[in-house]
Design a protein around this ligand. Sequence first.
Ligand SMILES: Cc1cc2nc3c(=O)[nH]c(=O)nc-3n(C[C@H](O)[C@H](O)[C@H](O)COP(=O)(O)OP(=O)(O)OC[C@H]3O[C@@H](n4cnc5c(N)ncnc54)[C@H](O)[C@@H]3O)c2cc1C
Length: 417
Amino acid sequence: MPFSLLKFALKKDGQMPRALPTPSELKPAYDIVIIGGGGHGLATAYYLARDWGITNVAVLEKGYIGGGNTGRNTMVIRSNYLTPAGVKFYDTSVRLYQDLAQDFDMNLMLSKRAQITLAHNDAQMRTMRWRDEVSRHFGIASDLVGIDELRRLVPTMNLSDGVRFPVQGALVHHPGSIARHDAIAWGYGSGAWKRGAEIHQNTTVTGLEIDGANGGRKITGVHTDRGFIKAGQVIQCVAGMSGEVARMAGIKLPIKTFPLQAGVTQPLKRFLDPMISSAQHHVYLSQTSRGEIVVGGGSDPHPLYSTRSTLEMKEAWMVGTLELFPYLAEVKILRQWAGMTDMTPDYSPVMGKSEVKNYYLDAGWGTWGFKATPVCGKTNAELIAKDEVPELIEAFSLERFNTFSLLDDKAATAASH
Ligand SMILES: Cc1cc2nc3c(=O)[nH]c(=O)nc-3n(C[C@H](O)[C@H](O)[C@H](O)COP(=O)(O)OP(=O)(O)OC[C@H]3O[C@@H](n4cnc5c(N)ncnc54)[C@H](O)[C@@H]3O)c2cc1C
């Protein structure tokens, strides 16, 4: 990167080529249309091109790439879930993250920190033990630690007895990492574009054209605010708008959309290496490479299509943060923001085929979908290319809500993201 910067700085007339040129026209037809240019949509286009040689693909994004939840999340990458299907799936993603910087030739600032989830009572200790066992079963480095070891790992945290909710122990997930989220979108976007996929920003899908009835329904094209295009296969990757977009295909998803907020403080001297999460306090935090503390908590209490941030949520995280790190009391919060998250009843995603023959789902990513970006891209691409559901995502089918085979990962998502 520095060499190319120097090269263009010294060129008289030289301007750096745009990282992601936008084609001016939509073609009348594409083999595949991807609705949503967040990490999941762009990763799908990338792996379709890279792994399957499929490039007659358009990604349609109503805003700018990564402007949705991909650019708003708190970057937690981990796989210490509760259900075996979840752990296997997220672990594949954590492993895929390792090679991305190489694949994209881009610094993603991937930083392995370990994630520490605190337990404040016996019930939480039991859940941590359970999660620890599932992780170990799949060969994921995990430890259940007591208070003395925790003191050694995070000497700056308040672990005294004289607090409202004394800490009893913790689950230490060693692969826990963070990565620069906008770089993930740009890496996948430019990688897909270089291989021939088209990425159309400022293009909103407004409707879907469907032929046939009941079990024989098939999608034929997509209406956009820039005109109609024919499509051979379509996948929706629209996060907080999942319910609305699926409705255009006549599909009802068991999803409610809630805002989720986060914030960042002024930069501080390095004092916190691992990510810390506490469901009891409903707060989680990590320190970025620039020294800022990124803080978040649970979703807003009521479903809403809004990205407004609120004082109530900020106060809630601050209470939890100060119980764990009281000396941060004078630190300033510089920014606060919100995204819209599509929450399923079992806190697991909805992926795979739908009742419309050539229409695929990548939805229900709630508060946990950033870490899944690579594995979603890879499995979505295989699903579309072969029209067969990859084994890794079989358990996440929409059908599970009819057969009552839910994948309850709520205990592993609370304020950990
Ligand atoms: C505050 C916050 C913190 C989070 N923290 C974490 C975390 O630490 N770890 C983690 O794993 N996950 C986290 N998440 C969740 C994670 O960010 C999302 O699950 C993930 O980014 C979803 O990616 P995506 O590509 O599906 O969605 P998005 O990035 O939201 O992309 C969807 C895109 O679809 C576009 N779109 C919508 N409707 C249309 C339409 N009709 N036509 C065309 N385009 C459309 C949108 O403009 C958007 O850009 C967090 C979320 C938030 C809000």
